[in-house]
Ligand binder design. Structure first.
Ligand code: UGB
Length: 677
């Protein structure tokens, strides 16, 4: 199915600049005919025959635009010489650029007849930048000028606000209230939609592919996207099973992509049959980049390789709200009975372990906004959830980004800034950027804002005079800033969970990770994988199993705990109650072991494992596992991340698995089976 949200009539040759946000919205499977891209809004040289303006109408439009005198008289020569070759729309755009102080973009323009294709492409790009930003390019430039002036003046964006530690729901895994919240969360899941923001390239990670294609761990080799989809499907199945009316629901799944990630994300889905999801369940929304700014006057930066092109950079994950709103999906979901929208990021392999309980918190506490959080180490590169109280009495509970928390604290009577307290952690819970929004109030808010999120600018100045930038900058926005415009009546809360359970992102390359201050998390591919083994081992321990203590090993210069490599399909263990039902206290798994559970109804009874065991069970196979399994197992071997003969996804971990020996059993079913070793 193809979804078009922008007004397709606006693709006519004579269309005037639209003031609505019209993103490229692509659904999956890909449309059979090409989507109208914003670039099709302008067709100066070869409009379709039925839309082709006549010579007389062009002349009329141009005279209306007054290209002979007025504004055009003061235009740079490069533009003036080309004016008569431009379409009325292009003239309009040129005028807007001059009015917003951008005449420099035309200064080097060649005479008519030279570089005409590049000039056409220039206007297509300007039209795209104009239509894809709420309020248009002029509004972008105006905001940029204001924010750059604030930045130069060193203005604190939180001026007048005092930070304090807010109250929220703090959960401890496996306690009774955690189990109750999980149960409620699973019931609610059939009324949820999931949104993954995956437009970022992950430059910090130094990986050339898209991050969602990286294996979350290398024991099963399951990539992040597969893990997310299988987890959503597991929730869908469990939730529908509990539905009183017995109705089946398909949980919608949106992925926000960008030009950097779109094609590869689609390819990953298609070449893996959407990892078991119905293609119609998945929608890709592509965010556009925004124009770069070269100086404090918000003069647009031209691409150093192509003077007919404006340099662009990503606008940040905050785009997701405007994209969702303008796509029309939110209303469709609302009409279909969806109540919750869950937002999440691209590389957290523990993500879904915290989802059922936090969705339960949203439902029971009736939170319009629920931010998931973990205890935060001071200076850790995650935002802090903070209560801000203004001198005039206004308050809000909001994420203060990691680079802003320290200056804010110092400016408000905390001379040491962002430091740990006596618990060894920052008093501000760490934002892991998983948000649960209640759909009804979310739609109401977006009707007012169109999904526009308060932006910020972060120029890197050449020197203390703050008059020049080291490189061009741009405006950015963050999805967690959504609550900033909410009224004080909005129910904004958060849920804190144990880090070991819910948060292990993969963001840093090996060299940077190795330099992280001692005691702070590495957030690397190495630590992300080890965190999955640790969480699964700790969960099995909580369920009663005896799981060997970890050993400490160094990979890629990072010292990590190596626990047994226990991995299961999301369907096997969606909640703690599920897992407890499937594992008996008389089983044991030694540190050197690997246990891979590829099935749903696998019951671990009196298993004693010292080696590697793989169990594959079909949908209708119920397998009970008993006895002693001993073999050489799967051994972790250190590798050098600089060894270019190895694949990048292995190098960034610093180890590979040598599958020396294992026992593998497969049960297709239907039926009951017993593996008695
Ligand atoms: N992303 C997009 O989809 N589009 C963009 O334009 C940019 C990013 P980063 P960072 O949980 O660890 C966030 O770069 O700077 C996607 C929070 O702001 O990984 O580490 C991208 O694909 C911070 O408060 O974000 O900071 C990825 O999925 C803290 O919570 C996601 O956005 C931190 O994450 C995040 O991009 C964290």
């Amino acid at each position: 199915m193809r979804m078009i949200v922008s007004d397709s009539d606006s693709s006519s040759a004579t269309a005037h600049r639209s003031r609505t946000h019209s993103p490229s919205l692509l659904s999956s499977p890909p449309p059979s005919s090409p989507s109208p891209s914003p670039s099709s809004l302008l067709q100066p040289l070869d409009p379709p025959p039925d839309r082709a303006p006549t010579m007389a109408s062009v002349a009329e439009s141009l005279s209306e635009l007054d290209i002979a005198g007025g504004w055009a008289a003061s235009a740079p020569l490069g533009l003036r010489n080309n004016l008569r070759a431009l379409s009325p729309d292009q003239v309009e755009l040129a005028k807007m650029l001059l009015e917003t102080g951008q005449s420099h973009v035309f200064e080097h323009w060649a005479d008519p007849g030279v570089d005409d294709d590049r000039k056409k492409a220039f206007f297509e790009q300007v039209a795209r930048l104009d239509t894809s930003y709420p309020g248009g390019l002029a509004s972008y430039i105006k905001t940029a000028r204001e924010l750059l002036a604030d930045s130069k003046a060193g203005k604190n964006p939180f001026d007048g606000f005092k930070p304090s530690v807010p109250n929220g729901e703090v959960l401890t895994f496996a306690e009774d209230n955690f189990i109750n919240f999980e149960e409620t969360g699973v019931k609610e899941a059939r009324k949820a939609a999931f949104v993954l923001v995956a437009g970022g390239l992950g430059e910090r990670l130094g990986y050339n592919g898209i991050k969602v294609a990286l294996p979350a761990e290398t024991t099963s080799g399951r990539c992040f996207l597969q893990y997310y989809i299988e987890s959503i499907l597991a929730l869908q199945e469990a939730s529908c099973r509990l539905a009183e009316d017995g109705s089946g629901t398909q949980i919608p799944f949106v992925i926000m992509t960008s030009d950097d990630t779109h094609a590869r994300t689609l390819r990953l889905l298609e070449s893996n049959s959407y990892f078991g999801m119905q293609p119609s369940q998945v929608k890709l929304l592509k965010q556009e980049k925004v124009a770069c700014l070269g100086d404090n006057d918000a003069r647009l930066a031209l691409d150093p390789q192509d003077k007919y092109k404006i340099q662009t950079k990503p606008h940040g994950h905050g785009d997701v709200h405007a994209l969702l709103y303008s796509s029309g999906l939110l209303n469709l979901w609302h009409d279909a009975g969806v109540k919750w929208v869950l937002f999440f990021q691209d590389t957290n392999g523990l993500l879904f372990k915290g989802i059922p309980a936090s969705l339960g918190v949203s439902a029971i506490r009736q939170f319009h906004v629920n931010s998931l959080a973990v205890p935060r180490k001071a200076k850790e590169a995650i935002g802090g959830i903070t209560k801000l109280t203004h001198a005039d009495g206004r308050t809000m509970v909001i994420n203060v980004e990691y680079n802003q928390l320290d200056p804010l604290l110092r400016a408000t009577g905390h001379p040491d800034g962002d430091v740990n307290d006596e618990t060894g952690f920052s008093p501000f819970p760490g934002n892991i950027n998983q948000l649960i929004l209640e759909l009804g109030p979310y739609i109401e808010e977006l009707k007012k804002t169109g999904g526009a999120i308060k932006e910020f600018v972060n120029p890197k100045y050449k020197d203390a005079s703050k008059t020049a930038f080291k490189s061009s900058t741009r405006l950015e926005c963050m999805m967690q800033d959504y609550p900033k415009t909410l009224p004080p009546t909005a129910r904004v809360g958060f849920t804190v969970m144990d880090t070991w359970l819910a948060y292990a992102p993969v963001k840093n390359n090996p060299e940077d990770a190795a330099k992280v201050p001692k005691g702070n998390p590495y957030h690397s591919a190495t630590s992300g994988e080890m965190a999955i083994y640790r969480a699964n081992s700790l969960i099995l321990r909580k369920a009663g199993a005896q799981v060997g203590d970890p050993v400490r090993q160094v990979f890629n210069g990072q010292e990590v705990e190596v626990w047994p490599r226990i991995v299961w399909k999301p369907k096997w263990g969606l909640t703690f109650s599920d897992i407890r039902r499937k594992v008996s206290s008389s089983c044991s798994v030694s540190q050197k072991s690997s246990l891979l559970l590829n099935g749903n109804d696998i019951f671990i009874e009196d298993l004693s494992l010292d080696g590697a065991l793989v169990i594959n069970a079909g949908e209708e196979a119920e397998v009970t596992v008993k006895g002693k399994v001993e073999n050489e197992g799967w051994i972790l071997e250190s590798i050098d991340y600089k060894d270019a003969s190895l694949p990048e996804e292995i190098r960034i971990r610093g180890f590979r698995i040598n599958k020396a020996e294992h026992l593998e059993k497969t049960y297709e079913g239907p039926g009951k089976f017993c593996l008695e070793a």
